[in-house]
Design a protein around this ligand. Structure first.
Ligand code: AMP
Length: 281
């Protein structure tokens, strides 16, 4: 495991000089099968797989869960070894943001709306740390999950805009057998909340089916489907947003069309835990 940026750069430089392609997967750790699927995807694309494990403080708001975000570095290293991952970079915040650090990366359009609106500064923190990591690692391929769909588009855009020599690959959402999208934050859920949380995916599937059957539906049908599923769950829930967007541009959609480019994205609180999910249909 590597703690310091200089050492990571030196090792990655060596691999590139030897003509080996690097595949990169940035994470915040507390790894699950969703993360591992990205690592396997990186393995397909490259001879060397690099994973970062860093709970990035700058992408958390002041009232968010930075201090209690789940961590298990030892377990994470064992999971990385099972892939296998070649280099794990797990820096301390002080190595990533030394005194005097003052540069940010902001992807203006795509960071607005959805999670960007509800978590001010979140995508600036993400874009900045991912840009730093891409510069340090120099991967041919970097893999991101469609679970964080807006984040994936933000990263694609910054790689394009900054002409970073990397292919950004999106990987499908890995779900539990009951449909709940895997997330490190699922560890926060009480048993009752955990039992109820698959209703998010059910609502997304329902609305996709209804749109396919009807040919088109007003965008409000998505919110209505989520409200229907949440009603009677018997746990405290609060909808943060349910929105229909174009899956390429994130432009708002007034209608749900089964055209392969309709994104329905949502964020819902189960108790204090904010879960996100989405479906493109
Ligand atoms: P995180 O550790 O939550 O920052 O996630 C690191 C990467 O794993 C991001 O690209 C996420 O989109 C991706 N990821 C998280 N959960 C899943 C999942 N259930 N399926 C696929 N990718 C995921």
């Amino acid at each position: 495991m590597i703690r310091e940026p200089d050492e990571l750069r030196r090792l990655c430089d060596e691999h590139r000089r030897a003509g080996r392609r690097i595949g990169f997967v940035p994470t915040m750790g507390y790894l699950h099968e969703g993360h591992l699927s990205l690592m396997r995807r990186a393995r397909e694309a490259a001879e060397v797989v690099v994973v970062s494990i860093f709970v990035n403080p700058t992408q958390f708001g002041p009232s968010e869960d930075l201090s209690r975000y789940p961590r298990d570095l030892e377990g994470d290293l064992a999971k990385c070894a099972s892939i296998p991952v070649d280099l794990v970079y797990a820096p301390e915040p002080a190595s990533v943001y030394p005194p005097g650090f003052q540069t940010v990366v902001e992807v203006e359009g795509l960071s607005r709306g959805l999670c960007g609106e509800r978590r001010p500064g979140h995508f600036r923190g993400v874009a900045t740390v991912v840009t730093k990591l891409l510069c340090l690692v120099g991967p041919c391929t970097a893999v991101f999950g469609e679970k964080d769909f807006q984040q994936l588009l933000v990263i694609r855009q910054l790689a394009r805009d900054l002409e970073l020599p990397v292919t950004v690959v999106g990987a499908p959402i890995v779900r539990e057998p009951d449909g709940l999208a895997l997330s490190s934050r699922n560890a926060y859920l009480s048993p009752a909340e955990r039992a109820s949380a698959p209703c998010l995916h059910r609502a997304l599937e329902e609305v996709a089916r209804a749109a396919a059957a009807a040919g088109r539906l007003p965008a409000s049908a998505a919110l209505a489907a989520v409200e229907r599923e949440l009603a009677g769950q018997g746990v405290a829930t609060r909808i943060d947003y349910v929105e229909a967007r174009d899956a390429r541009t994130l432009a708002p959609r007034a209608e749900l069309l089964p055209d392969g480019q309709t994104l329905v994205a949502l964020a819902v609180f189960f108790g204090k835990t904010r879960l996100i999910d989405n479906l493109v249909f």
